[in-house]
Design a protein around this ligand. Structure first.
Ligand code: GDP
Length: 341
């Protein structure tokens, strides 16, 4: 027999949670930075009740229907990402735009460190009322990085930021992941010593929309310009992509320190995005990204159920033993486990 009283209590607590969520969503949409920061902390949590709240919150802020320009930015440590982000961000806020900066650091779960961990590296931008900077969390559950970042982008869009810069260290798969949640992807490079192309993998060149060779100042100026020419040549050899207008992907030289080329790089980004908007590539890209997200969530949810389902747990060890002993073919064992879900 179900307890009616328990049902009523449960319903009341659910209603209270939904009220709190609606309030938090309204605070985010009205641009309260503390509410946004708290919400990002919530989405970073792996607790089941927090996850439910996070899902409800993402749904609630989505009603605002706002879209920001999502820019992915990648580069190896020392190339000047923080310096560039600060200078570029300051240029955008000076134009009256609101800028959010999110960091993705896939290595932080291991090292405990984080890019942008040291906010003082972007002192001016982090103090600006129209900027929001969120370092990457020092501990992120494996596989949680992508979700956390996507949801943080959604929250920043709802909060009315015009530009969301997603910054990542150029290692492993993180660029591909960030490119998959951005409207355009910028690769920051340092001037090469000789005339060799730095060890930039072909795959990265192919996902880059704009290559910026940084540090084009002082003694490094001519090396930066030479490197930029090399990349222009290399990009020219790439197959023309349907999503690009003439002249893209593009290579340019900039200096985050002197500010040379920053305005031109922003012009190029806007030119590319306007073209993509006008030609349907923007919408198609976002739809494709939503589909990728859905598939990933589905896969993760099934995997999580496999790990946590008590019936599966009870049977899995025994199955494993029988598979090892050759008593049961692996595919049959797997099918029996899946049937439990
Ligand atoms: P990150 O690790 O990619 O975030 O790189 P940082 O922004 O911390 O910069 C690494 C170093 O490069 C610092 O010493 C910066 O001062 C220097 N740097 C960054 N941008 C430029 C630039 O445009 N020109 C010169 N000359 N140095 C730069």
């Amino acid at each position: 027999m179900t307890c009616q009283f328990c049902n009523i209590l449960e319903k009341q607590s659910e209603n209270r949670m939904m009220d709190a969520i609606e309030q938090q969503a309204a605070a985010i949409i009205s641009g309260e930075r503390r509410a946004l920061a708290r919400a990002i902390t919530l989405i970073e949590s792996t607790r089941t009740d927090h996850r439910q709240q996070a899902q409800a919150l993402i749904g609630a802020v989505g009603k605002a229907g706002r879209q920001a320009l999502r820019i992915g930015l990648s580069g190896t440590p020392g190339v000047g990402k923080s310096t560039f982000t600060e200078a570029f961000g300051m240029m955008l806020v000076a134009q009256g735009l609101r800028v959010a900066v999110l960091a993705v650091d896939p290595s932080s779960s291991r090292s405990g460190g984080s890019i942008l961990g040291d906010k003082t590296r972007m002192e001016r931008l982090s103090r600006h009322p129209n900027a929001f900077i969120r370092p990457s969390p020092s501990r992120t559950a494996l596989g949680g990085v992508a979700r956390r970042t996507r949801e943080a982008i959604t929250l920043c869009e709802a909060a009315g930021y015009d530009v969301v810069l997603v910054e990542t260290v150029g290692v492993g798969q993180s660029e591909v992941m960030v490119a998959d949640m951005s409207d355009l992807f910028v690769l920051l490079l340092a001037p090469a010593g000789g005339d060799e192309l730095q060890g930039v993998k072909r795959g990265i060149m192919e996902i880059a929309d704009i290559i910026l060779v940084n540090k084009a100042d002082g003694d490094l100026k001519s090396a930066a310009e030479r490197t930029c020419m090399d990349y222009k040549g290399a990009l020219h050899l790439l197959r023309k992509r349907a999503r690009d207008p003439e002249g893209f992907p593009m290579a340019m030289s900039v200096s985050a320190v002197t500010g040379t080329g920053l305005a031109e790089s922003w012009d190029a980004m806007q030119q590319l995005l306007e073209w993509r908007r006008a030609n349907g590539h923007w919408d198609r890209n976002r739809a494709r990204q939503a589909a990728v997200w859905f598939e990933e969530e589905l896969r993760n949810a099934v995997l999580a159920r496999l790990e946590n389902d008590p019936k599966v747990r009870a049977l899995r060890g025994d199955m494993l033993k029988r598979v090892k002993a050759g008593e049961l073919p692996p595919d049959v064992a797997a099918a029996q486990i899946l049937a439990l879900l």
